[in-house]
Design a protein around this ligand. Structure first.
Ligand code: PLP
Length: 356
């Protein structure tokens, strides 16, 4: 039976990419070596790294005054590292709190300076994106999370501010077109649209670095990673190689503008069912709901288990909701096909027919 993988992350990657990645683990391009047992200084792997960086630049139209890095430690390490590199000693920054990940980013940044939580949607269990807030002219930057993977909300517009923007894009990067020039720093764990876990993408504007007056440990210093072209220490070679394959797949398919249309079509199909099927209800404010991670509940929670089993019987994997929202979450990253969404919608329709 075909499995429809709705996992929130690590998540579905294209089948053709998995096949090429598997091949490379056994014998990388007829070198007789595996991609996981070859030197990161070899000409083969240096070419992989260069290609991966070039693909990020091409797909997201990254301007030349920005650097592209592949680091380790996940988005979670970026919560601290971003502040360490951008927040001056005695400086302050503004943060918008839209859920678990923003809260964690705030917690880490607070270790380094004054953090103004300028807006929060905590009052309604993070079910919406705050829109009314003021950001002081004094702050070094405004940090926000573009897509809230757990609560199923997503910024549809840039925050209205003149402040420099720092952004956690872990769960919607490469899912749509973005204007990189609007941001000073973008970071994203790879495991939600870019590739397997292990690599973290950072896109940083060069001229914002080096002004904090802090002593920065080497591993946490963007400038050192820039100088060493993401090879200050051994990079996660397999993860970066597979990310490169995934980006090649995305480019062949038509790039971020094409995937944006496909992602919208998937979201419309599922939300249409959530909105019209009387057994289900979406949990996020309609204007703010996520194209990547729709969250929804059954009006009658006693039916949760039987719906979950009906979906599993149809080959659907990974739709149990996060414990902080309950119900269901259907993460629909780039590689999930419209056909898989139709399978879920059909299960929901059938559930209404038999249980409604
Ligand atoms: C998954 C996720 C994270 C955590 O990423 P790690 O790579 O596991 O540290 C952070 N922010 C967002 C928005 C996420 O979706």
């Amino acid at each position: 039976m075909k499995i429809h993988n709705y996992s929130a992350g690590p998540c579905i990657l294209p089948k053709s990419v998995m096949e090429k990645a598997a091949e490379s683990v056994v014998n990388y391009q007829n070198t007789g070596l595996s991609i996981v047992e070859m030197s990161h200084r070899s000409k083969e792997f240096v070419a992989v790294m260069e290609k991966a960086v070039a693909l990020v630049r091409e797909l997201l139209h990254v301007p030349l005054d920005y650097e592209v890095l592949f680091l380790q430690g996940g988005a979670s390490m970026q919560f601290y590292m971003s502040a360490l590199n951008l927040l001056p000693l005695n400086g302050s920054a503004a943060y918008i709190n839209t859920g678990t990940w923003s809260s964690k980013a705030i917690k880490e940044a607070k270790l380094l300076g004054r953090i103004d939580e300028v807006a929060s949607s905590k009052d309604k269990n993070f079910s919406y994106i705050p829109k009314d807030y003021a950001v002081s002219q004094e702050v070094s930057y405004l940090h926000y999370t573009t897509n809230n993977t757990i609560f199923g909300t997503q910024f549809k517009e840039l925050p209205k501010t003149n402040a420099r923007l720092v952004c956690d894009m872990s769960s919607d990067i490469m899912s749509k077109a973005i204007d990189v020039t609007k941001y000073d720093l973008i970071y994203a764990g790879a495991q939600k649209n870019i590739g397997p876990a292990g690599a973290t993408l950072v896109i940083v504007k060069k001229d914002v670095l080096g002004h904090t007056g802090r002593v920065i440990p080497s591993m946490l210093d963007y400038q050192i990673h820039i100088e060493k072209e993401s090879m200050f220490n051994t990079p996660p070679c397999f993860s970066i190689y597979t990310a490169m394959l995934t980006m090649e797949w995305l480019k062949e398919l038509g790039g971020v503008t094409e995937i944006e249309q496909r992602n919208k079509a998937k979201a419309e199909l599922l939300y249409q069912e959530i909105d019209t099927n009387p057994l289900f209800r979406g949990t996020a404010a309609i204007d703010d709901r996520s194209v990547m991670n729709p969250t929804f509940v059954l009006e009658d929670a006693s039916l949760n288990d039987s719906f979950l089993h009906a979906s599993i019987d149809a080959g659907i994997s990974g739709i149990k909701g996060h414990r902080s929202v309950g119900g269901f979450r259907a993460s629909m990253y780039n590689a999930l096909e419209l056909e898989s969404v139709q399978v879920l919608v059909d299960v929901m329709k059938e559930f209404e027919r038999t249980r409604g």
